[in-house]
Structure formats: C-alpha cells, structure tokens
Design a protein around this ligand. Sequence first.
Ligand SMILES: [Mg+2]
Length: 123
Amino acid sequence: MDRFTELHAALHDFTRRRDWGQYHDPKSLLLALVGEVGEVAELMQWTREADVRADLSQGDGKAQISDELADVLMYLMLLADAVDVDLIEATHAKLERNEARFPTSQRQGNAPSHARHPRGIGR
Ligand SMILES: [Mg+2]
C-alpha cells in the first residue's frame, strides 16, 4: 500500500470510528478546509516576508505549520471523497494539462502571472 492510500485509509478509519461521516457533506468540508487554510495564513500574518520561512522551518513554528498543513490535507482528502474525485488521478491529469499550457521552452523562470495568464496556473 502506498503512503497516500495508507493515509487515506487511516483518515477514513478515524472518521468512521467516531461516526463523523454524517457531517462530511461537501459544503461543510469545504468550509472546514477554508478554515484550516486560514489557520495556515494566520501563522504568516503580520510576519515580514523575509522572516516567514525561518519562523516556520524549525521549532514551534515548524510544528505549528506541520499541524495546520496536515489539517488542510485531511479536509482536502475528505472533500475529494465527498464529491467522488480521485485526488491522485485528478492531480496527474491537471499536471499533464499544465505541462501543455506552460511549456518549459516558453515558461522556464517566468511566473504564470495574471498579466500574462489571466486565468493563472491554478485555473
Ligand atoms: Mg487546524
């Protein structure tokens, strides 16, 4: 079993044993995901850009961002399940489309800014 599949099974076992699946409708999971993304943002809020990486790469900062990113991943996985999306398959497909959209011959070292790509890389 690969690490993602193992994590997926552990997450579902965790929620099943608590009977929390009844609360895991797509909208509730999305709101929980956004809340957790907000908690990641909170860790960087009011910190100078130059200090963010150092603050979050060791000690308490590293522990905090690890926890919050884990929360984000768990809610993302649960949301994907709730709307019947295979995250690994969808991400591979999206990466493949982005390879075609942003060929390295044209894009190496150039950020996909909104000025050049009104829809951005994430669209
Ligand atoms: Mg959290």
